[in-house]
Write a protein that binds this ligand. Structure first.
Ligand SMILES: [Zn+2]
Length: 201
């Protein structure tokens, strides 16, 4: 990964006036749901779907820090620790323990924990595809450098849901479908076939 940006160097606010770009919540939720369905073929597990979607958007709770004076480039700033691999691992372990107790989930728990790790970590990966803001602190707390992927084709997204019902949202949704929706659908389809084969073996 390349294109890192120095912490503390706030970008000029975009025309929306919001210095808080991200892949949209729709993109994160779509990825989570597709992967959750892929690793549990033939089962209908609404709790897993819901929890996976929540984990996929959870890292963006860091935006509440703006209101408390946390700066974008800080450890707890937007795209900081909450977007790291360590946060994803901690979240996956805790949420699996909290939400998937009981015999019903026996035999699925490791798979669920791995899924929730990937889904939570995918949030940072998708953000690193966007063309604005600071990069993602993937390796926090060990290394707080902010990273982007070498190629960033995805339009930044406003945080407000209302903004999706304006013409400005169309290019955003199009790039997200091309660069996130289609590849994730293909990946989920392949993964689903792989898991099915493993279960039948
Ligand atoms: Zn984010």
């Amino acid at each position: 990964m390349a294109g890192e940006t120095g912490p503390g160097k706030l970008p000029r606010p975009r025309p929306t006036g919001r210095p808080d770009p991200m892949a949209s919540a729709f993109a994160h939720a779509f990825t989570a749901a597709a992967l959750a369905l892929a690793v549990t073929p033939g089962r209908w597990l609404p709790r897993l779907l819901l929890v996976a979607v929540v984990c996929s958007v959870l890292p963006d709770l860091d935006v509440v820090g703006f209101g408390w004076g946390v700066r974008y480039g800080d450890f707890l700033g937007h795209r900081g620790f909450s977007h790291s691999l360590v946060f994803a691992a901690l979240t996956a372990g805790f949420v699996t323990w909290l939400c998937f107790r009981g015999g019903r989930w026996d035999g699925l728990r490791l798979r669920i924990a791995l899924l929730l790790f990937v889904v939570t970590a995918s949030h940072g990966l998708l953000d690193a595809l966007t063309n604005g803001g600071l990069g993602v602190a993937f390796f926090s707390p060990f290394d707080d450098t902010r990273y982007f992927l070498p190629y960033r084709p995805v339009e930044v997204s406003p945080l407000g849901v209302g903004a999706f019902f304006t013409p400005r949202a169309l290019p955003l949704l199009w790039t997200e479908w091309v660069w996130i929706g289609l590849p994730v659908s293909l990946l989920a389809w392949v993964l689903r076939g792989f898991v099915r084969k493993l279960e039948q073996a």
